[in-house]
Design a binder for this molecule. Structure first.
Ligand code: URP
Ligand code: ZN
Ligand code: ZN
Length: 461
């Protein structure tokens, strides 16, 4: 064996037990008691939780958006991910209007080439569906792109109509793929935004007013109905509130077990009052859908604990305050939408979720690793600690206290939405395919080592 992870508490989506893990090359080859080192590197995991590396399947690295480009590229974003306990990454590749899917994929492959430090794949966001694009979908699936994305919002930029969503759902069903949807009624958002701006309501707080929870709930309901009609699997991403999660839950209660929901740490921890921070600081939290009332935070934690929201991703979409968010100084509609979080998810969810008794360790592993591995066609290579799986392993020191701050995080932004939050428990070692890439507070991997993952078909978690 090349590496032995010794004496830690292994946590999976269903179990928790003390054992050693033996790694040969890139894979886990043994799990047992008192494994002998015989020259292998020993990683002491005494007192640590040993979890399957987290998967972040909702990010926007190096993405043109809102008149600028997100500030983390595949190098900075994935280094930040690795330092925060994430070992697998699926980014949103965007079709340009008038462009082909092959072009989009080539562009996104180019963004990752030579930069990736952890393993990665792409979802394909379809923005302009026609017969030619439709004909490209099987080839995309053959390339390992087994999840598509539709934006029901961002009118005039990415927004698609219902016919497009419906046809994509039908195709996805035939191809064994999953459709992810950004559910907000973009036409109504567009109208409310124009109305607010014309009335002089230009501050960041009006971003929330332009996207009330009803627009999310309505679009969620519509997406679920179209998925039911198409008999296709659907995942509603970045869910923020009871009014919309209710539609996913109702569908599942009716036996539609391929309807899923995702949420993100920002919707669990932050709330609408953040938009009132003085001196344009509310712009830090301008994202879509927007932050909601505090009661929604508690509701989402309960849904996560119950397994109704099956995945917890970041929607990492980072912009600097200094020269990017500031584009909307006089008009909230020009503030690039998005929030950083690729590095802080695991420690926040461990500390605020598991540490505060809101969710179990098993739920944490399921929502950030095992469930996304299944849904995005990577299980059991990724998403579990088992013989034969890739040795993507993270050690969490449950006693380590860290005060989150942009000054110490690796994310390439000039702010942290959780600045000053003290977390108890932090990832201290990250192993990717058998290689230690983060230890002693340092990233020790190499640029370009991350491999493209040719993903398989969607599986229900
Ligand atoms: O505001 C957000 N969420 N920005 C990223 C793009 C998206 O809608 O997921
Ligand atoms: Zn979105
Ligand atoms: Zn997103």
């Amino acid at each position: 064996m090349d590496v032995i992870i010794k004496g830690g508490t292994i946590v999976t989506a269903s179990d928790q037990y003390v054992a050693d893990i033996g790694v040969e090359g890139e894979q886990i080859t043994r799990i047992g008691q008192s494994l002998r080192a015989n020259g292998a590197r020993v990683v002491d995991a005494t007192g640590m939780y040993v979890i399957p590396g987290a998967i972040d399947a909702h990010t926007h690295l190096d993405m043109p958006f809102g008149g600028t480009v997100t500030s983390d590229d595949f190098e900075t974003g994935q280094i930040a991910a690795a330092c925060g306990g994430t070992t697998t990454h699926v980014d949103y590749c965007l079709q340009s209007v008038g462009g082909t899917l092959h072009e989009a994929l080539a562009t996104w492959r180019g963004k990752a080439q030579g930069k990736a430090v952890i393993d990665y794949g792409f979802h394909l966001a379809v923005t302009d569906l026609n017969a030619n694009v439709m004909a490209e979908l099987p080839a995309m699936v053959n390339e390992g792109i087994t999840s598509f994305k539709c934006f029901m919002a961002y009118k005039g930029v990415f927004q698609i109509d219902d016919a497009t969503l419906f046809q994509l759902l039908e195709q996805a069903r035939e191809l064994g793929a999953l459709v992810n949807v950004h559910a907000e009624n973009g036409d109504v958002v567009d109208l409310l935004t124009k109305r607010l701006i014309s009335e002089g309501m230009t501050a960041p707080r009006y971003h929330a007013a332009s996207r009330p929870l009803e627009v999310e709930a309505e679009a969620t309901h519509r997406a679920v109905a179209l998925a039911e009609l198409a008999r296709a699997p659907l995942n509603v991403v970045h869910m923020t509130c009871e009014a919309s999660v209710r539609h996913v839950n109702e569908a599942r209660a009716r036996g539609l077990l391929d309807i899923h929901g995702e949420t993100c740490p920002q919707y669990l921890l932050l709330n609408v009052d953040q938009y009132d921070e003085p001196d344009f600081q509310g712009a830090k939290y301008v994202m879509s859908p927007p932050l909601r009332d505090r009661k929604e935070n508690a509701f989402l934690w309960r849904q996560l604990a119950a397994g109704n929201l099956e995945t917890l991703m970041t929607d990492h979409c980072s912009f600097r305050m200094s020269d990017q968010k500031s584009l909307g100084k006089d008009n909230f509609a020009k503030i690039p939408n998005g929030i950083p979080g690729i590095e802080t998810r695991v420690p926040i969810v461990f500390s605020e979720g598991v540490g505060k008794g809101r969710i179990s360790l098993q739920t944490m592993v399921a929502a950030m690793s095992t469930n996304p591995a299944r849904m995005y066609g990577m299980f059991p290579k990724k998403g579990c600690i088992a013989v034969g799986s890739d040795a993507d392993i993270v050690l969490i020191d449950p006693k380590r206290r860290v005060v989150l701050s942009a000054s110490t995080l690796h994310q390439h932004t000039d702010y942290c939405p959780y600045e000053g939050l003290e977390v108890e428990g932090y990832p201290v070692v990250t192993i990717s395919r058998g290689e230690v890439i983060y230890e002693n507070d340092q990233f020790v991997g190499s640029k370009g080592r991350g491999k493209y993952i040719k993903r398989g078909q969607y599986q229900a978690p």
